[in-house]
Design a protein around this ligand. Structure first.
Ligand code: CP3
Length: 360
């Protein structure tokens, strides 16, 4: 399959650790509810139905690229991390103003019998690959297209809790009462994630991000048992699977382990090309710990968008200076996703300031 040549490969160069003219910019959850044009296209449809419609998903993916014309250096495919549990046979709904809900979450080890560990990823998630290919075609080389998936621990949290939670009662019960069954589930998710990521690349994704959104719910020791080994397997095995698929090109991979500040050194030592940071880090400290091993991504508190223009300018300056000026080893992002209530004009101002200060 031949796609148009990239006109903007800034993020790929930054991920490879090359010197760049300014830091590439993109935002987690850059497509979605804060953009009026998202609601227009979604038109009251069910969320997962929207993801599965390649025409609509590709349009929504490209909306922020058009909206902030020239200010965003990557598109991320419009989908969700919960499509892996769906592929493994679980029924997940997205309830308006509530969030995801699993109809029948896993509560006891015997429930693992209901999980399809041998699911056919190419078949179950075939809609995702179609959306990626169509989006890559429509992007016509404007910016690279990112693929993604949820990390095993984070997906295990959702599969057992059945939705959002503040106390993680059920999933913690699993890791402390049934550690072996927990590891069986984590390994099963890992195997599916590896196949899913490799097939996303085959379909047209040019860089990959793994979201460990609930990393910070684990203690440092438990992160080493229930998160890190699986994150490492993913980064080690995706390139091997790509080789089997006849893809020898190096695809940059990013890991985002929200809240797992204690793991920065270990993540920098892994094979990931990029480590994405939440706003708990002082950039200078992260740069020191990293010591040029990976490219760092992040890390502004997205809520700065609720502040004044003066504060946005100040915070952008603090961030970009803290990450060494942005001419290498750095990708601009928030420390977590955009919110539905954000004003796109504040985000535009933020991106403009990142371009201005990152070019100096
Ligand atoms: O623009 C992009 O970043 C690409 C698309 C994307 C979505 N979800 C779209 C979405 C990506 C990369 C995700 C990842 C995702 N999904 C994560 C990891 C990142 C993070 O936020 O930590 C997680 C934990 C989920 C699970 C999820 N999906 C939740 C908890 C929710 C509901 C909460 C909320 O924000 O309302 C979703 C729904 C979801 N995923 C929406 C979007 C645009 C909102 C659905 C809607 O339109 O009603």
């Amino acid at each position: 399959m031949a796609f148009a040549e990239l006109k903007n490969d800034l993020i790929l160069r930054a991920a490879r650790g090359e010197k760049v003219e300014r830091p590439p910019c993109w935002l987690m959850r850059q497509a979605g509810r804060y953009l009026p044009e998202y609601h227009k296209v979604k038109d009251g449809r069910d969320f997962f139905e929207t993801c599965r419609d390649a025409e609509i998903a590709s349009e929504i993916t490209i909306q922020p690229i058009d909206h902030f014309d020239g200010l965003i250096d990557a598109a991320i495919i419009f989908s969700d991390i919960l499509v892996i549990p769906q592929a493994m046979g679980m029924d997940v709904q997205m309830i308006d103003k509530v969030g995801p809900r699993f109809v029948d979450p896993l509560r006891i080890p015997n429930d693992l019998n209901r999980v399809n560990f041998n699911c056919d990823v190419s078949k179950e998630l075939d809609w995702a690959f179609k959306a990626i290919t169509l989006t890559r075609e429509k992007l016509n080389g404007r910016v690279p297209l990112l693929g993604f998936c949820g990390a095993p621990w984070t997906l295990m949290c959702y599969m057992i809790e059945g939705g959002g939670t503040k106390i993680f009662r059920f999933v913690k019960e699993w890791i402390f009462k049934y550690p072996n069954e927990s590891k069986k589930l984590l390994q099963g998710i890992t195997d599916v994630a590896i196949e899913f990521l490799a097939l996303q690349v085959k379909a047209g994704a040019q860089m990959l991000q793994i979201f460990e959104s609930w990393g910070g719910e684990l203690s440092c020791d438990d992160f080493d048992k229930f998160s890190l080994p699986y994150l490492n397997q993913i980064v080690e095995k995706v390139p091997l699977r790509l080789k089997e698929l006849g893809i020898n090109e190096k695809i940059p991979m990013t890991v985002f382990a929200k809240g797992s500040w204690y793991a920065l050194d270990k993540l920098c030592n892994s094979n990931y090309d990029v480590v994405s940071l939440d706003w708990l880090f002082k950039p200078e400290d992260a740069v020191k710990i990293n010591n040029n091993r990976v490219t760092l991504q992040g890390n502004l508190d997205p809520c700065v968008m609720y502040g004044s223009k003066e504060i946005i300018t100040q915070e952008v300056e603090r961030m970009i200076k803290g990450f060494g000026g942005g001419k290498g080893n750095y990708i601009v992002n928030f420390g977590h996703g955009t919110h539905p209530f954000m004003d796109p004009e504040q985000i535009r101002f933020f991106l403009q300031e990142c371009h201005r200060m990152g070019s100096q």
